[in-house]
Design a protein around this ligand. Structure first.
Ligand code: HEM
Length: 525
């Protein structure tokens, strides 16, 4: 063997052994880390947490499995929870790092909604202030309790419950129809993707929210428009859960989880955009600045009524609250209308015969079929199927015999009561708008009664009812009028829509590629 050959072989041996030792060190570190995480998870699951013993517990493995596969909360409920929940009225479920008691019986729900002192509101920031959701939502009106809630509510209420000029809403909704129609012309021939509804509906909802609540016209600030749209679209994918949402303590180590790093970056970016929006002056044809959410929050911060942290938390929370849920209900309504041609033609007939071309909100408020289609969509596809955002402030007896120790997190399930056959009849899972009544007064009366009985709670109920109910109904009525005007919606290949989680926090919508064609009989055109 020559000297050169010998040197080269020994060089390779040294190199290989260095690489092997480096490889095994990093492998070893990975193994140790994985075992550490596993032991930590076991410790978290089995660490002592006082819980009622007389209601069933859904095994955590089921939750882990479904989170991994991205199962929607509705499918999770139907598969594993419904039977137990309907029998016991409450079950224990793993949520955001702890066992929580999940209520489904209307009497228990009424007790919870009535007794704010024992069942206080609390949100992600209280549970996991360091986590992605804690950082996103902070201390805002929806998650607060006591005097902080009252103070923030007083600031925001005049901006959300006021008279709105509907001209811009009409304009954006008729533009949405034109865009979707245009998109339909380029849609794939075999109709596997259909019209690209989701992105356009998101932008429609966002533009309206920005105009009415933030006092800005997105079209006049294209840079903000682009960045906001990009961040919000990415949020749909990046916040979907995963192991660190189940065990949020792991989010303290974002360097371990690239998806968390990306999610934290998105939250930061979103906050920066929202702060920029806060600094923009009111757009010229908009309402005056002091009656928008942005204007009122700006004044409250300037006057020292809220802190910078509360300001940012509310700006982020309300920008999301003002558009995401409306977006998801419209997506649900469109698919469900397309899937039910008889309901669609009844709607067409009602809109064509009863609404003048230059309609007002009062004209739309008189339409029974339109309202029942909207309510029925909320019943079967509530944007918040379930929420776990209350905790007991003291040892509390739920009903006659469920002992909740102080500090127990409590969830409530709108989807459960809204699809319970004992309340809504044997066709509870069927889309049947006529169940709400025939004339507008009895439909509205039923809406109020079911909400008061806590069996129809897409907007929650009692003192913590959503402030945006009227705004939401107005926006949905206008957009459905505009989208059904001249167009007839269909489902590609007549397939059955699947239920899909379109947003984090469990927001769902039936999903199906869609088609549209011109409907020439509308007003005899
Ligand atoms: C489809 C539309 C909407 C749905 C389904 C919806 C649903 C809800 C729900 C379930 C709550 C109670 C949350 C809880 O208990 O933690 C709530 C509260 C709230 N919503 Fe909405 N919302 C919608 C639209 C809006 C809009 C457009 C706004 C306007 C910015 C808004 C503003 C609020 C506010 C301020 C609260 C807190 C009320 C309080 O605690 O005093 N919502 N909403």
């Amino acid at each position: 063997m020559t000297n050169y050959q010998y040197n080269s072989i020994s060089h390779r041996i040294v190199l290989t052994s260095i690489m092997t030792s480096h490889f095994s060190t990093s492998m070893m570190a990975t193994y140790i880390l994985a075992i550490g995480i596993f032991l930590f998870i076991l410790y978290t699951i089995f660490s002592r947490q006082k819980l009622p013993r007389n209601i069933p517990r859904i095994p955590i493995w089921v939750t882990i499995y479904d989170t991994y596969y991205g199962t929607s909360r509705v499918n999770f409920y139907n598969r594993y929870v419904r039977d137990q929940a309907e029998k016991h009225g409450a079950v224990i479920i793993w949520h955001l790092g702890r066992w929580s008691v999940h209520i489904t019986k209307p009497e228990y729900l009424m007790q919870m909604f009535r007794d704010e002192a024992s069942f206080a509101k609390g949100g992600s920031y209280m549970k996991v202030p360091w986590g992605v959701l804690g950082q996103l939502f902070g201390q805002n009106v929806i998650d607060s309790t006591g005097h902080i809630w009252k103070q923030q509510r007083n600031i925001l209420l005049p901006a959300i419950k006021r008279q709105f000029n509907i001209a811009y809403m009409k304009q954006k909704s008729s533009e949405l129809r034109a865009i979707l129609w245009q998109d339909r012309e380029t849609q794939d021939k075999d109709c596997t993707i259909g019209i690209n509804i989701e992105d356009h509906v998101q932008h429609w909802a966002l533009s309206i929210c920005c105009k009415y609540f933030m006092g800005i016209n997105l079209e006049s600030v294209p840079d903000i428009d682009n960045r906001l749209t990009r961040v919000l679209t990415a949020r749909k994918k990046r916040f979907m859960g995963g192991i660190t949402m189940l065990f949020p303590t792991l989010q303290r180590f974002p360097w371990l989880f690239p998806s968390d790093r990306r999610a934290f970056r998105l939250v930061k970016e979103f906050e920066e955009i929202v702060v920029e929006i806060g600094k923009l002056g009111p757009d010229s044809e908009s309402d005056t600045d002091d009656n928008t959410i942005k204007g009122r929050l700006n004044s409250a911060r300037r006057d020292g009524d809220i802190s910078e942290f509360q300001y940012r938390s509310n700006m982020k929370q309300l920008l999301l609250a003002g558009f995401e849920d409306i977006e998801s209900v419209l997506l649900s309504a469109l698919v469900i209308i397309a899937k039910n041609p008889v309901i669609q033609s009844t709607l067409h007939a009602e809109l064509a015969s009863l609404v003048p071309t230059t309609y007002s909100l009062e004209d739309l408020d008189r339409l029974p079929v339109l309202l029942t289609v909207i309510l029925e969509t909320f019943r079967l596809y509530p944007p918040f199927p379930s929420l776990t955002n209350r905790y007991t402030t003291q040892d509390t007896l739920l009903g006659d015999n469920i002992n909740l120790p102080a500090g127990t997190w409590v969830g409530w399930n709108a989807y459960a009561v809204q699809t319970d056959a004992r309340i809504w009849g044997s066709d509870a899972l069927k889309f049947r708008p006529s169940r709400w009544g025939e004339d507008i007064d009895s439909i509205n009366a039923m809406f109020r009664a079911q909400q008061a009985k806590a069996v129809f709670i897409p907007f929650s109920t009692r003192s913590r009812t959503c402030l945006g109910v009227s705004f939401t109904l107005m926006q949905l009525k206008i957009v459905l009028y505009e989208l059904l005007n001249e167009l007839e919606w269909g489902i590609c290949n007549d397939g059955a829509p699947t239920l899909r989680q379109i947003y984090p926090q469990g927001k769902i919508a039936p999903n199906s590629p869609m088609t549209a064609k011109r409907f020439n009989n509308f007003r005899g055109r």
